[in-house]
Design a binder for this molecule. Structure first.
Ligand code: AMP
Length: 194
């Protein structure tokens, strides 16, 4: 298969992480999740500085994120087979930086996994209630969830429009069982790569 360069967008709680894991496995693509990359830095200086913003539901600075993604997208595996970007770009400046990070290649498709705000808010409240104390993501607390959703509408929703303007956007209804959403996503990816 030729390299695939995919972006998955969606509100916090839309099931993006789960779907990206499934897609990455199916298409054998490096899953480049900025949230995971930041959490993996926990013991380091950068990680400690990032933690306050993450715990507050805030976004990290664009230049930090662009640099981190640029580094990852420069690796051999990505150059060979492509990537599945999860959690980036989250702001317009990040979106505008992306083409420069991968040129002369381009994104095949950006897929928006769409789930309404009221639904994701309820899902995230459930994630908090259902999780073990130790495993609980601190950014799932009520006030932080509200902040993350608010920032999504302000900063990330315009990114969806930006991909639409480039003719690269596909939208998939995320309100269905996990397998069903995966099947819909695969249909979109297969079409984009055909
Ligand atoms: P996620 O696991 O994608 O929900 O990311 C967890 C947290 O990491 C976010 O709430 C942000 O604080 C931070 N983060 C992840 N990706 C980005 C990004 N592209 N830009 C800014 N902050 C980010």
């Amino acid at each position: 298969m030729r390299p695939a360069r995919l972006v998955v967008l969606g509100r916090p709680g839309a099931g993006k992480g789960t779907q990206c894991q499934r897609l990455a496995r199916h298409y054998q693509l490096p899953h480049v999740s900025t949230g995971e990359m930041l959490r993996a830095l926990a013991g380091t200086d950068v990680g400690r500085r990032a933690r306050d913003s993450i715990d507050a539901g805030d976004l990290l600075a664009d230049d930090v994120m662009v640099e981190m993604v640029a580094e990852r997208l420069g690796h051999d595996d990505v150059r060979r087979v492509g990537f599945l970007l999860d959690g980036f770009p989250r702001t317009l400046p990040q979106a505008e930086a992306l083409p420069g990070l991968i040129e002369p290649a381009t994104i095949d498709v950006a897929i928006h996994v769409e789930v309404a705000p009221v639904v994701v808010a309820a899902r995230l409240a459930g994630r908090l209630a259902g999780s073990q104390e130790q495993q609980r993501r601190r950014d799932d607390a009520d006030d932080v969830v509200a902040r993350r959703l608010q920032l999504y509408e302000a900063e990330t929703a315009p990114v969806v429009g930006w991909f639409a303007d480039q003719g690269l956007l596909a939208t998939v209804d995320g309100l269905a069982p996990v397998e069903e959403v995966t099947a819909r996503l695969m249909e979109v990816v297969d079409q984009a790569l055909a």
